[in-house]
Design a protein around this ligand. Structure first.
Ligand code: ATP
Length: 235
């Protein structure tokens, strides 16, 4: 069943068009990836889905309903949670307090403080540490955990692996299968194409605001992806 469907979406910063006619679909419980270099429009795409930035054209449907006019807050309540780039948590609050903030939408579901502890044992060991003193990996897990506390139907993750040690990246990616096993879909946007392809069933390559290649992750040709990613193919 299609959970999220975006069709011909455009978005702009003033005179700069950052997305041109982007379309994609995500099914319930699926991991979907969008890969692209710096400035390709990945964060913009997630902001448009989460409602923190308006789409200037196109349609965004969630569970069959048009959500283009909904505020970001209402989209969280509808079941869309964003893990923003830069892991913006509250530095003066503890791990536990940060997680509790994520539950403000009061959506019911599998995720609560105990299930997040089980998902990320590292966080369980840092329960009373304030955000300011958390490592990059801890912050990423905390940021994902906080978004999960809203019990989303779809989790949007902006640059899951950026700046993290490979062992932490592996832990974060391993957690995705536990998240989808609860029925939550995950949309990851990444510069790290290898990780994203491995984790997802379907991928799109974004270049300068346009989808230039897409397909089943396992079937995409590595050479074609490289060309699309760096804009060396036919356009
Ligand atoms: P990164 O990995 O660097 O975050 P990205 O693929 O997420 O890259 P976006 O952040 O979505 O890319 O940026 C897409 C385009 O929009 C880029 O040309 C960028 O310079 C521009 N842009 C992004 N944010 C703003 C902003 N606040 N004001 C103006 N232009 C912006």
């Amino acid at each position: 069943m299609t959970l999220l469907e975006i069709v011909n979406v455009e978005a702009r910063y003033g005179d700069l068009n950052a997305l041109f006619g982007v379309s994609l679909q995500i099914s319930a419980g699926e991991v979907r990836s969008v890969i692209g270099a710096n400035g390709a429009g990945k964060s913009t795409l997630l902001k448009v889905i989460a409602g923190t930035m308006p789409a200037t054209q196109g349609s965004i449907k969630f569970n069959g309903h048009d959500i283009k006019g909904l505020s970001a807050d209402k989209r969280v309540r509808a079941g869309i949670s964003l893990v923003p780039e830069g892991r913006r948590i509250f530095p003066s609050l503890t791990v536990e307090e940060n997680l509790k903030v994520g539950a403000y939408s009061k959506r019911k579901g599998h995720w609560d403080l105990n299930t997040i502890k089980a998902l990320y044992p590292l966080l369980a060991d840092r329960w009373d540490r304030i955000g300011f003193h958390c490592s990059g990996g801890e912050l990423q897990m905390l940021s994902i955990g906080r978004a999960l506390m809203a019990n989303p139907e779809i989790l949007l993750i902006d640059e899951a692996s950026l700046g993290l040690a490979p062992v932490v990246v592996a832990q974060v990616y391993e957690s995705l299968s536990q998240i989808t096993s609860q029925g939550t879909a995950v949309l990851i946007v990444e510069q790290d194409m290898r990780q994203a392809l491995k984790a997802s069933t379907y991928s799109s390559v974004l270049l300068e605001g346009r989808v230039v290649l897409e397909g089943k992750s396992a079937e995409l040709n590595e050479n074609a992806i490289h060309k699309a990613y760096f804009g060396m193919g036919d356009r």
